[in-house]
Write a protein that binds this ligand. Structure first.
Ligand code: PNS
Length: 165
């Protein structure tokens, strides 16, 4: 079945969700009728995640509760296969820096080869989130750094519980 141009996917590991992710998700939600937040659930990929898929989904569900057109699902296949299953026309991602560009260009070429009918759409990160990534937040939490303005309150509490020294 042909992709539906009203449906977009926002994919990621979201370990955990940050305000940078939420910025991209909320902007995508204003652009498409339905935005499916696609949470990677591959335990063996990039080492283990700090939070389980259920926990990551819980944080995302609470953080996006004010947005009317968000669905949150896990996937454990190729991203473009999941996009096809959901008939998503677009994969929406945030771009922060040149380093993201190089990685995303490579992903884009691979994904395009697999599924030329699905477009990737890149939103430039809002300046205040340009250097925000989940791994950096986890490192800050480990060493008692200030994370309250980087992640939702619920996420900050869990990070401090799990990683704080
Ligand atoms: O940086 P993230 O959040 O871990 O990125 C996850 C994702 C799925 C957006 C990224 O790995 C990607 O674009 N993958 C495309 C290739 C693919 O389909 N891999 C299999 C699922 S990870």
């Amino acid at each position: 079945m042909a992709p539906d141009n009203r449906v977009a996917l926002c994919p990621g590991t979201f370990d955990p969700v940050t305000y940078g992710h939420l910025d991209v998700i909320s902007r995508a939600s204003a652009m498409y009728d339905t935005v499916i937040v696609a949470v990677v659930n591959l335990p063996w990929r990039k080492g283990n995640t700090l939070f389980t898929a259920e926990e990551r989904i819980g944080f995302l569900t609470n953080a996006t509760s004010a947005l009317p057109n968000i669905e949150i699902e896990t996937f454990s296949s190729l991203l473009v296969e999941f996009a096809r299953e959901r008939r998503a026309m677009a994969i929406v991602k945030g771009l922060r820096a040149i380093s993201d560009f190089e990685y995303e260009l490579e992903m884009n070429q691979l994904n395009r080869r697999q599924a030329p009918e699905i477009e990737s759409v890149y939103l430039m990160a809002s300046p205040k989130y340009s250097f925000l990534r989940s791994s950096g937040v986890k490192e800050l939490a480990t060493f008692g750094g200030e994370i309250d303005d980087l992640v939702p309150d619920e996420v900050a509490r869990h990070l401090k519980d799990r990683l704080g020294r």
